[in-house]
Design a protein around this ligand. Sequence first.
Ligand code: PMP
Ligand code: GLN
Length: 380
Amino acid sequence: MPKISSKLPNVGTTIFTQMSQLAIEHDAINLAQGFPNFDCDRRLQDLLNRATRNKHNQYAPMSGVPALREVIKDKIQNCSQVAVDVDAEITITSGATQAIFSTILALVRQGDEVIVIDPAYDSYKPAITLAGGIVKAYTLRRPDFKVDWDEYKSLVTDKTRLLIVNTPHNPTGTVMTKPDWEALYQCIADRDILVLSDEVYEHIIFEGNHHSVLEHKGLRDRAISVSSFGKTLHCTGWKVGYAVASSKITAEIRKVHQFTTFSVHTPSQYAIAQYIDHPSVYENLALMYRRKRDLLQEALSDSRLRIYDSQGTFFMLCDYSELSDADDVTYTQQLVKECGVATIPLSVFHTHPYDEKLIRLCFAKTDEVLLTAADRLCKL
Ligand code: PMP
Ligand code: GLN
């Protein structure tokens, strides 16, 4: 047996896979992994069928099907009032995960520092490590989980190459406001630093509007925004997303993209292009999820969990310190087994030790499932 020296010695199976597996084993309600338990629209399914029958079954262009890039351009114009070049600035990727991975691999070199905001989505740090970069973590704190930009700025050094931001933020549900973007810009205005903005929950925002990094004039040329149709159209299994960046940055991302996957599933791209032709498809999303957030929050009001307000995404945080002294990983395992509800422990999203007794609940579930889960949690 050859000796295998792992390039990612500290990485195991993701917490989402682990908790979903545990939920199946214990026949528990899965409020852990972030995916809807309801189906995507029948019309979208029919469009996919039609695309395969219409012979859209061979390789798509490396950068994505032109019709899809065209509707994305219109969507960005409509939502953010920003003009993007269809050919030079939009790349369709295999979910947001691959957009993030290709971006980090393309832009981060050995020894470059990358600032992430903890709790951070789990795919950022392994990608930084594989690129030879160094993770610098800024930790969000209660009660509002907002960035203190003066403190954040102290992490910026001559070695900083990339900042990674996520708005609306998984798992805290906080959002970047216009002043936040300006404050971030002021941290790096006089330096050669790029900004990767993970905006997969851009249409799931409950207070105010989503502000894309692309809207900030100073950041536009140094920004990469990443989106996911999985979140927007309830089809996480299709794995179609995209990255938008200036032509120079896009050219670098595509150098990696073309050798990670080359191109993305063709019929899905045609189906989505036809489906999102009308803004109503994504405009009603926030209302639907706001109602679900309120339903779960209200149903949990008699529980001993302390709920934090979620301004966006389909997640909310809960403090369980009234219920247990156990660390969050142990507690979530107990919850699956003893209460029949799977959740996500917050510590796994942190670089530094974190024992804050917080768990994440996903409310992208049918009302019935949310109410049953809440009923179980209220009995604790
Ligand atoms: N970023 C964040 C913040 C996410 O929550 C997710 C997963 N839902 C992704 C990226 C990955 O998205 P995709 O499933 O499109 O790869
Ligand atoms: N993004 C989803 C979440 O935060 C999970 C995606 C995955 O399982 N990789 O729960």
